[in-house]
Design a protein around this ligand. Structure first.
Ligand code: BGC
Length: 589
């Protein structure tokens, strides 16, 4: 945990993101080869109005104007991706010097404008030739990716310090290889999907090693940017908190929308137990050395978060989705706005992986228009921005180590299968004329960034009034040490306060006494173990912080009306038939 602060830390990074295929255009200029997205969008009815990225925002020719606008709206760091087929038209072999020149110029122009370049090495536009050679299903994809990364490092690392290996693997693997709604449009079974995922992870690890070994800048800062599937508790009850955490840690059948199947190999060097159980025989054969490659140390964990799913505890204790009500604010995509997602996401990730977090994407889509006065009054985005940054500030104030925020996106752009229908930008693009118009939200963002987040304080309402520090610390301690046999006295001792004071403050802010809260938390933790593992009940008791099984069973019965054994049996019988339990389909898109 970093030190407690109610401000964004000094040096916090205020940035914006884009991706090559979504903005560059110039799809076949200056020696660029085709990517899977160039080929996919040529097929009929793959995208909204059959749109494609051939011209997109014409950023390839207008990057100077775009960088001038970024400077004008106070962006201090720009996260962009490099188009692999622009650098290597066939994916391997010959390097396209004109492609290198484009990124050289882009990086120089950014630096001349005091904007730090953050390079994403891969944002979904795989060279088409590599797809013909098996794409991510071919184990060699990790070698191809390492060689491509080496070229980027050789050419750009004298000026680029920040690297993001891969953007949202969940997305291009799930949508591109399972549901087929993204390029390359495949609909494969789980064994093949997980194989492609495994190779993607190997590619990530190889790229990290290459950057560390060859970077000309002495201390490259390396991370990756998976999609963060966030589940937010509907209330602060122990049960809902536990349900949300369980969903966050879940690995669901029939797809790769989850956090742990991706994050655990990268950080811990192994697939998570629950995932191995879920996927069974479909798990690819991997060697220990594969995991050594994948788990090369990284410097930060990127989180792409734009929405969250609200969950509560079901009657049996597992997570259950709370449907959004009539009044929920929706984006044009139909994603419910849950600003808490950007509080819980970094909190869960940093507690689990103990790495600094960077919000690599967070954004909102709407029907933005140029108004009669020539401006774009995108008040919904302003609302989104403020609410989300207040939530992020709350995470930071609780000591979560968040280093930066990148808004998605710098400008409106080609939103994959949605074509140009969705507008995510801080800058509006007229796709007929390529005229750029700064939206109102960009001016709001500028004010926030220039004050290093101080200016959003004025939007904080009383409801943001935080829990007293001591209560927060108590809750954190309980969550983290649930397997230990502490009581109120030892807890107060750890927090260096008197037990009566702690109990009183706790009761003032939660509706239950501290003693009951701890009992509930232990039982909830144990219910999760009963649901998700096969460990024997004595061990469940021990791991939930009870001195013995008899005491554990007594408290369990008091709070749930059944014994732990009965609960386990009943949960297993009902879980297959309950329609509201969280599944992988409750996550994005
Ligand atoms: C992706 C972007 C995408 C955005 C909005 C992220 O999933 O990285 O490419 O445009 O979210 O859907």
């Amino acid at each position: 945990m970093s030190k407690k602060t109610d401000r964004f830390p000094d040096g916090f990074i205020w940035g914006a993101s884009t991706a090559a295929y979504q903005i560059e255009g110039a799809w076949n200029e200056d020696g660029k080869g085709p990517s899977v997205w160039d080929m996919f969008t040529q097929q009929k009815d793959r995208t909204w109005k059959n749109s494609d990225g051939k011209i997109a925002c014409d950023h390839y020719h207008r990057y100077k104007e775009d960088i001038a606008l970024m400077r004008q709206i106070g962006i201090k760091a720009y996260r962009f991706s490099i188009s692999w087929p622009r650098i290597m038209p066939n994916g391997t072999g010959k390097v396209n010097e004109k492609g290198i020149a484009f990124y050289d110029n882009l990086i120089n122009e950014l630096l001349d404008n005091d904007i730090e370049p953050w390079v994403t090495i891969f944002h979904w536009d795989l060279p088409y030739d590599l797809f013909l050679r098996g794409g991510w299903l071919n184990r060699k994809s990790a070698d191809w990716f390492a060689n491509y990364t080496k070229i980027l490092v050789d050419r750009f690392s004298d000026r680029v310090k920040h690297w993001i290996t891969i953007n949202e693997p969940q997305c291009f693997i799930q949508l591109g290889h399972k549901s087929g709604t993204h390029a390359p449009g495949l609909q494969l079974g789980m064994p093949e999907v997980l194989l492609a995922a495994h190779h993607t992870l190997l590619a990530h690890g190889r790229a990290v090693s290459v950057i560390r070994e060859y970077s000309k800048s002495k201390k490259p800062i390396i991370g990756w940017a998976p999609a963060c599937s966030v589940y937010c508790p509907a209330t602060q009850s122990v049960e809902d908190l536990a349900a949300a955490r369980q969903a966050f840690n879940g690995v669901f059948p029939d797809g790769v929308w989850n956090n742990r199947w991706w994050g655990d190999p990268v950080v811990f060097g192994c697939y998570p137990e629950n995932g191995l159980r879920t996927f069974g025989d479909a798990v690819p054969k991997a060697t220990a050395s594969d995991f050594d490659i994948i788990s090369q140390p990284i410097d930060f964990y990127g989180c792409n978060i734009s929405h969250g799913v609200l969950v509560k505890a079901s009657a049996m204790g597992g997570p259950e989705k709370v449907e959004s009500g009539q009044n929920t604010n929706l984006s044009l995509y139909g994603w419910p706005q849950v600003p808490d997602c950007i509080y819980w996401g970094p909190k869960y990730i940093s507690e689990l992986y103990s790495l600094p977090v960077v919000i690599t994407e967070n954004g909102f889509t709407d029907i933005d228009q140029v108004h009669f006065d020539g401006a774009v009054h995108d008040s919904n985005r302003i609302n989104f921005l403020i609410k989300h940054l207040l939530s992020l500030r709350k995470a930071i104030s609780e000591g979560i180590d968040v280093r930066g925020y990148f808004h998605w996106s710098y400008c409106d752009n080609f939103e994959w299968q949605e074509g140009y229908r969705q507008r995510f930008g801080l800058v509006h693009i007229d796709y007929n004329t390529q005229k750029r118009t700064i939206k109102d939200s960009a001016f709001t963002y500028k004010g926030i960034a220039e004050s290093n987040g101080e200016s959003i304080k004025m939007f904080a309402t009383d409801s943001e009034d935080e829990l007293p520090y001591i209560v927060k610390e108590a809750v954190n301690y309980i969550e983290r040490n649930i397997s230990e046999q502490f009581n109120i006295k030892t807890l107060a001792n750890k927090l260096r306060c008197h037990p009566d004071f702690l109990s009183r403050r706790f009761k003032q802010h939660y509706e239950v006494s501290l003693k009951d809260y701890i009992r509930h938390a232990r039982i909830e933790f144990s219910r999760n173990l009963l649901r998700t593992t096969n460990i024997i009940i004595d061990d469940v008791a021990d791991r939930s912080g009870f001195s013995d099984r008899i005491r554990y069973s007594k408290v369990f019965r008091e709070l749930t009306g059944m014994t732990p054994g009965q609960y386990r049996k009943q949960y297993r019988e009902t879980s297959d038939t309950s329609p509201n339990l969280i599944s992988g389909n409750d996550t994005p898109r």
